[in-house]
Design a protein around this ligand. Structure first.
Ligand code: MN
Ligand code: MN
Length: 364
């Protein structure tokens, strides 16, 4: 059952109401198929606790603030039956279905990686042509694991069964059975070891609906040791943040952060790092750009200036960072008959930005 009525403890105090929220956060505390060291079931609660004291709402990387620039409702944790993966997936699928039917973006904190399957089942039903951007040390493409078809080691294979060829894009992969590394590129795109091709792939995806799944063990264990199956030779925090920036402009329809096991890192650094990544991810998925100013921070502007922006030539606001979900909201309000000025007021956007979106992408 999805809780739409508010919570006692929210991630970073984010307190938009369900009705106002653009993003709905849910915890999926399930680690029933973990093959090595369990503990991911404790991640959502640990991240909320850590976020209360250990992290700022302001991001100097993106010059945005969660409390000002995002509209997130934290629905708390789903009640998932321990030891019953199929039932747990049903609960996740039902809750994510409710979120997308209400026109909001689900953002799930695992839990082990299997929880992704419940969300993808719900989202694929409503989004034909759904693609997945998958960051992980592991391919998770086994057909079965210890005889089980539902496992955190098979989750991307089960997603592939739903989505088919050419829809899954994996990055950072450095562990798995040999058979997981020889899949034809026409079936599954796979970049081994690094995530540097993410930007090029993100551009190729165009406006296709995308689910973004981040298995935190893609990071090097020196950065994030608190995970069930650590794999040496991973990427850095900076690599991953650069990858996030590549998601700007991608039509993200849902996402998750999975496989943090807070109990496996007594220092607490892993939980703090996961919180910081979640803050940055939410901000990448939120608008918060300023009309007429050089949009983006020092980190973002390198990527921005690489793009030729026709808006700049005409001295118009830069809408290149505006998430697809927000552009969709503008168009949907327009098709309901609202004037551009009313749309700008209701979405707290500069009117010039609304004008430009509707000029470039007329509704209908
Ligand atoms: Mn995984
Ligand atoms: Mn993994």
């Amino acid at each position: 059952m999805l809780n739409k009525n508010g919570n006692i403890q929210n991630f970073l105090g984010l307190n938009a109401s369900y009705a106002d929220a653009r993003i709905v956060l849910i915890g999926a505390p399930f680690d029933g198929t973990t093959s090595n060291r369990p503990g991911t079931r404790f991640a959502p609660a640990a991240m909320r606790g850590e976020s209360a004291y250990g992290i700022e709402s302001y991001s100097p990387y993106q010059d945005k603030d969660l409390t000002r620039d995002s509209k997130v409702y934290d629905a708390g944790d789903l009640v998932l039956p321990k030891g019953f993966p199929a039932l747990a997936l049903d609960v996740i699928e039902e809750s994510v279905s409710q979120i997308i039917e209400d026109g909001k973006m689900p953002l799930m904190i695992g839990g082990e990686h299997l929880v992704t399957l419940g969300a993808v089942r719900a989202i694929a039903k409503k989004n034909p042509g759904l693609c997945i951007i998958h960051l992980d040390a592991h391919a998770d493409m086994r057909d079965e694991f210890f005889g089980e078809s539902l496992s955190h080691a098979t989750v991307m294979r089960r997603c592939y069964d739903i989505l088919g060829d050419g829809r899954i894009f994996q990055f950072g992969i450095r562990s798995g059975g040999r058979e997981e590394f020889v899949l034809p590129a026409s079936q599954v795109f796979q970049q081994k070891f690094r995530i540097s091709e993410l930007g090029a792939i993100a551009k190729k995806l165009g406006g296709a609906p995308v689910y973004f799944s981040l298995d935190l063990d893609v990071l090097d264990p020196s950065v994030l040791p608190g995970t069930g199956t650590p794999e040496a030779g991973g990427i850095s925090f900076e690599d991953l943040f650069a990858g996030f920036l590549c998601l700007r402009g991608v039509n993200i329809v849902g996402c998750d952060i999975v496989e943090l096991a807070p109990n496996l890192d007594a220092s607490g650094v892993s939980t703090a790092t996961a919180c910081k990544l979640l803050r940055e991810l939410i901000l990448v998925l939120s608008p918060g750009f300023v009309a007429g100013s050089a949009a983006g921070s020092a980190a973002g502007s390198a990527a921005d200036s690489a793009r030729e922006s026709p808006a700049k030539e005409r001295d118009l606001p830069d809408i290149s960072d505006m998430p697809a979900v927000l552009r969709g909201e503008i168009k949907s309000l327009k098709s309901k008959g609202l004037a551009n000025e009313e749309i700008a007021r209701s979405l707290k956007l500069p009117k010039a930005a609304v004008d430009l979106v509707l000029e470039l992408e007329p509704p209908g």
